[in-house]
Write a protein that binds this ligand. Structure first.
Ligand SMILES: [Zn+2]
Length: 329
């Protein structure tokens, strides 16, 4: 396939070329994903992961990372990839990486089949969330292990994430609450799962859930996390941990979760809410406008504000760094 060759069937080549270009321009922070995660962990920060389904969302996520000057992960689930195009998204992110001086990683979020995981690895994604968490534990282990081996055979540097426990489905607005005490991941099953699958990153169920309740969208209620369980799981597995379903979580809980061992935080629903509401606002305020590039910048700005506030929160040292920079200038 021509497109695949153009993107580089070996993503290391593409990354090295961008790295060389970055070095030439005096750019920093073009490290591979594992070293960025390790560095952030040492600094007491987490990497923000934001889902995109169109160019408006992608522009907003990248613009926010560039403004805040932190690395970011762009994520796309199977549904988002189906709409945007797996190879098309990889090509867009590759161009944006070369354009900007922050690290932009690409993750194939919630992938439920070997074929879709292989496709993402071939397209040059940096990581794949292998999600067989709806299956019984033993089947989850065997299907995850098989997929880890398949994607690492395509790109040994790709990071494989596995998931156990119940964190609900659908980054959308739900009518009823998820029972946060149901099926939390235990440290023992986490240890067993990581050891049997050789995943690089674990997504546990620690009180988090996908989607938001209407009361969370209104800001009246917040999600709360089981911080002690996060620390126990981190201690048991020693691999990177991802918090899925971060939208609507209490700010203090985020900071405690990062301190307890969370390395990546997924935010999707908050972006979708901002996207929908600002799109409606833009249409309503310009009822006769038909030019997309006049209607959509307000949507990019609105989503970007959400991403910016999350990136600042997840980088615990950012506020003090910003103050240092402003006094140094
Ligand atoms: Zn998720």
């Amino acid at each position: 396939m021509i497109l695949q060759n153009a993107l580089g069937s070996n993503p290391r080549i593409a990354t090295d070329q961008i790295g060389a270009a970055a070095a030439k321009n005096g750019r920093l922070d073009m490290d591979a994903l594992p070293s960025v995660l390790t560095r952030l962990q040492r600094q007491g920060a987490a990497l923000g992961h934001f889902n995109v389904a169109d160019l408006v969302l992608l522009k907003a996520v990248v613009a926010a990372a560039v403004e805040v000057r932190v690395p970011v992960i762009v994520g796309a689930s199977e549904g988002e990839r189906d709409f945007l195009g797996t190879y098309e998204l990889a090509a867009l992110v590759k161009v944006m990486r070369a354009e900007h001086d922050v690290s932009i990683f690409l993750n194939a979020d919630h992938t439920h089949s070997l074929a879709k995981a292989v496709e993402a690895a071939k397209a040059g994604f940096d990581a794949v969330v292998i999600d067989f968490s709806a299956l019984p534990f033993d089947q989850n282990v065997s299907r995850t292990k098989e997929t880890v081996e398949a994607i690492k055979a395509i790109n040994p540097a790709i990071l494989a994430e596995g998931e156990i426990g119940d964190i609900g489905t659908g980054s959308e607005i739900h009518e009823t609450a998820h029972n946060e005490f149901r099926n939390l991941t235990t440290p023992e099953e986490a240890r067993q799962f990581v050891a049997s699958t050789a995943i690089d990153i674990l997504a546990p169920a620690v009180g988090n859930m996908h989607g938001m309740l209407e009361s969370m969208v209104e800001g009246k209620t917040k999600k709360h996390l089981n911080i002690e369980r996060i620390a126990q799981i981190k201690n048991a597995v020693g691999v990177f941990l991802t918090l899925h379903g971060g939208s609507g979580t209490d700010d203090e809980d985020f900071l405690r979760a990062i301190a307890a061992g969370i390395n990546i935080i997924h935010i999707n629903t908050e972006l979708r809410v901002a996207w929908r509401r600002s799109l409606e606002g833009s249409m309503a305020s310009q009822p006769n406008e038909v030019v997309p590039y006049k209607l959509l910048p307000a949507v990019v700005d609105s989503v970007k504000r959400v991403v910016t506030s999350r990136l600042k929160l997840f980088d615990a040292q950012l506020t003090s760094n910003e103050m240092d920079l402003s006094t140094a200038r």
